[in-house]
Design a protein around this ligand. Sequence first.
Ligand SMILES: *Cc1c(COP(=O)(O)O)cnc(C)c1O
Length: 371
Amino acid sequence: MNPLDLARPEIRALQPYSSARMEARGAAVMLNANESPWPPFGSDADWNRYPDPQPQALIGRLAELYGVEPGQLLAGRGSDEGIDLLVRAFCAAGRDAILVSPPTFGMYAVSARVQGAGVIEAPLREDFSLDVEAIVAAATPAVKLVFVCVPNNPTGAGVPREAILRLADSLRGRALVVVDEAYVEFVDPAGECASVADCIGKRENLVVLRTLSKAWALAGARVGTLLADARVVALLRKIMPPYPLPTPGVDAALRALSQAGERAMHERVDVTLRERARMRDALVQLAGVREVLPSQANFLTVRFHDAGTVLDALLAAGVVVRDVRRYPMLGDALRFTLGTHGENDRVLQALGANANALPSVRGQAAAVLPA
Ligand SMILES: *Cc1c(COP(=O)(O)O)cnc(C)c1O
């Protein structure tokens, strides 16, 4: 099966824009792109030049990191760009649709609505697990893309690889299954919910989104990667803007992706996992807490008896967390990103956690939670 049979025919037929940098680069005298011949004021970097559309060094390193061929990879401005490109290439306005399982990341539906595509929902089960059978049943012929977020934002729940692959197999020839692995670095790589990036090349309707925005600490650089069948990657490159990756962001990404950078990333992930366990243990003991959802990501979503009061108390203490009460099934919940040890202590302090469990803030705890 050719996954492009699911794409918009007019995009398959499109003759893409050919930029100056695509046609020629690397000569001694570069006069083909109307660039300034001088570096920008205050810098000796080559930012006066248009960037390579897919810089080889970055693509090579990302391919090695994610275990795919360079042709199975597209780097862009965050995973948000990958989501947008997929929706524009595969969903015709007024005809096609995406499928999501709420409560989940909101960008999938926003991208679809901007494109004029439909949004079909197959909600998570009551225990926040993915309902594969419900998704397959809800996937009408209009559905071209099924988005699955693993671990899911905003619940933090993982999805077993077996379930993702079963979903991809069930929808083969009908829809692409797009697995958003923005938080997968925080998942046990030997566990059942580990990345499915190794299955790219084995299932032509599988797409994986990875990002440097979370565990790699580069949200400001805007670098995300889409992994897919090489034919899908080639199609998306046709509709991508000619110069998607700013040079300073690429340089920052290459530094972070060095061997030393990768070690630092793993060390910080370990710190975050310890903080996740510590915060979870502390939060479940608070009287106002209804439930701390099990999380495989770098955040904890917590259901409260009175989330509004908690939000106000946190704000008064100078702490902003994410109000996720607008999501279905989470009408009483707030999402706490795990910060540094000290930042997390401030959260517990603001929530009036048991001072004995909090040596660094002993004596400062003030009870703000209604019982
Ligand atoms: C944060 C996040 C991303 C990352 O988006 P970028 O555009 O790469 O910064 C992607 N998906 C989900 C679910 C996220 O929470």
